[in-house]
Design a protein around this ligand. Structure first.
Ligand code: PRP
Length: 217
């Protein structure tokens, strides 16, 4: 049995066409079903639905053989024990620094002020500000980061930005782009060896599908 870990939302939706390219069809909709293990049209392949931040952990410890996870999640997890053969180029967005429109970020950075930064992505934020030589106090949050500068909890946030609508709706402005983010295929290293015959064709089908999508015809 091959177990694939996915998370609800964009990652699930945008992985479906890649699975289709590998001849795999998920037989239940996780938005409608409360089941956590979803069958596919292939008796030897099943999908497990986990929290996005738990995908690397499931794959690292073999609770799933492979999974799809954002580069953001992977960096925060550390990626240890995971084979990462493919950038799937799905669920694309960026990791950015944002502040209140009336906060003078450039001056604060220039003057060497100590910035209070709220984020779910503490590893990425720590590394980014350290590389700029900016002193920060990191405040770990688990969601609704946009609220932190509005309530005085923090001067800035580090968060994912896709359309920019969430920032705009909360009168925040993006002041720096830290990195582009997309989702990766991650594979348990032991599973890759032991279940090679079943896993290889999935990697190859995903890889071909990505190439077809990105190379203009
Ligand atoms: C992300 C991010 C922002 C929002 C940005 O949250 O944290 O809140 O998307 O998207 P936008 O630029 O298109 O408005 P997500 O919905 O992934 O949920 P999360 O808060 O659980 O991370």
């Amino acid at each position: 049995m091959i177990t694939l870990a996915l998370s609800k939302g964009r990652i699930f939706d945008e992985t479906l066409p890649l699975l289709a390219a590998a001849g795999i069809e998920v037989l239940e909709d996780p938005e409608k079903s409360r089941k956590l293990i979803l069958p596919t049209n292939q008796p030897g392949i099943r999908v497990v639905m986990v929290r996005a931040t738990d995908v690397p952990t499931y794959v690292e410890y073999g609770g799933a053989d492979l999974g799809v996870t954002g580069k953001d999640t992977l960096i925060e997890h550390g990626g240890q024990g995971l084979y990462q053969p493919l950038d799937l180029k799905i669920a694309a967005c960026r990791m950015s620094v944002a502040v209140r429109a009336d906060f003078d970020y450039a001056s604060a950075v220039r003057q060497g002020s100590r910035l209070k930064v709220a984020t779910k992505y503490t590893a990425i934020a720590r590394e980014f500000f350290a590389s700029k030589g900016v002193h920060v106090d990191l405040i770990k949050l688990y969601g609704s980061m946009e609220l932190a500068p509005l309530t005085g909890l923090a001067d800035a946030i580090v968060d994912l930005v896709s359309t920019g609508n969430t920032l705009k709706a909360n009168q925040l402005v993006e002041v720096e782009r830290i990195m582009d983010i997309s989702s990766r295929l991650v594979i348990n290293q032991a599973a890759l060896k032991l279940k090679q015959a079943a896993i290889r064709p999935i990697i190859d089908a995903f890889s071909n599908a990505i190439e077809r999508n990105t190379v203009p015809s």
